[in-house]
Write a protein that binds this ligand. Sequence first.
Ligand code: NDP
Length: 472
Amino acid sequence: MDLPNTSSLRHRNVPAASTQVSEAGMEKDKRLDKHEVYEFGGPWGVTAMMTGFPILMYYLWICLWFYDGQLVFPSSVDDIQPFLGRMWGHVKQDAFPTPYAFAMYGSLMAFQLLLAFIMPGYQQEGLPVPSLGYKTLMYNCNALTCWYTTLVTVTVLHWTHIFRLTEIIDNFGELMTVAMIVGFAVSFAAYFITIWRGEQIRMSGNFAYDLFMGACLNPRLGSVDLKMWLEVRIPWVLLFLIAVSGGCKQYEVYGYVTPNMAFMILATGLYINACAKGEECIPQTWDMFHEKWGFMVIFWNFAGVPFTYCYSIVYMASHDPSKYQFSTIGYVALYATILTAYYIWDTSMSQKSRFKMQTQGTFKFRKTFPQLPWGTIENPTYVQTEHGNRLLTSGWWGYARKMNYTADWVQSFTWGLVVGTASPIPYFYSVFFITVLVHRCGRDFERCAIKYGKDWDKYCEIVRWRFIPGVY
Ligand code: NDP
């Protein structure tokens, strides 16, 4: 694809450590650190989400597990009450938070926290934080060593029968409830501790809204950045373990693992591995430098990601493989799609993060596996903003402003596609995710428009497309 004329842009190796935030830029950053408008429908919208998410999670799980993966509704007005009674019966009987489920989930949390404290890591300086007077925080990126240690540990536990991985699928409902309880408890704790320490920023003054959005930006426990820890170590590790658990379950029942389940093990494995091997790129993401540590992030990472993105795994673990068998060509297309989407997602994320690190003068090449071609751009083009920051216009970022979102979404879609038309529920992730991404993109672009003013317009003229080059 032709890129627009970039002659007015700087085109050379990125000069290190040259970004200085201008006075005007600082004023804009100050404005962005204040609450101005309600997002997510304001206090009522977030209250609906905080109550709606758990209900939706229970409903979808019940349909998936007990109603052959089909969405069920009351058959008439008279049936509403019995229907609700049936639903509640499933929650009470099959998703009660047992001590065993608490022990399982608690052990994972404790183990991941312990590893985060003790394992050696790669030191990465974060972006300058305006609310801390542009101080940068150091991140101990040890997710990779923790991930490898977790892999070895669960393998040993499984083979020695100390903890069979099938236990995860067998106790899915109970574990999901425990995860929700933890999500709520940590959200409240994080909120009140932040207020008590006087470290809150960007507050609206409305309790429900501030609980949802969070109060603190950079929660830390010693050397561990809790927000970054939670973003990777629980949701994606657990999701991968659920996939392996599904594989073990199939092996136990049928004596083999279907290519569909193997696909989910590969897909979730690629995702967690990418987060771990490129952890030094996470401090440059929106969740880390802008989003606070509130219910939205906390609940979703403790409970939402692991227990809703896995619906295809749960379906396959509890249904006959004949229901979702593909032809060889179908499998080839499915695997080729995820590998391509993964490649674009991985390299687009690393291109932008490394560009930011180069600009900041903190980039060092980190040897992790796999390092994909085009993960770093030589001689990138960019728009130098008056704010001081630079907006990358080459690599994937020259084709569309959110290629990373597009590629990530395609991955999510394949996670549903893997069961074909057997059940609509595994498509929940891609439907939910597209809503999140479109909304997030809107919030992000609004924020960037305030932050960069006319330079943002110039950037949007150069990189015209949002998600798909030539289409949208
Ligand atoms: P981006 O990685 O797109 O980061 C957006 C920020 O990057 C902007 O606010 C801006 O910040 C900066 N930026 C944007 N364009 C440029 C550019 N051309 N050059 C330099 N800087 C630029 O988004 P996110 O952080 O939201 O997402 C990261 C990844 O996480 C995505 O792949 C997303 O799909 C994934 N994700 C996955 C979720 C899941 O549940 N699976 C949930 C949420 C995200 P500034 O200029 O202020 O530095």
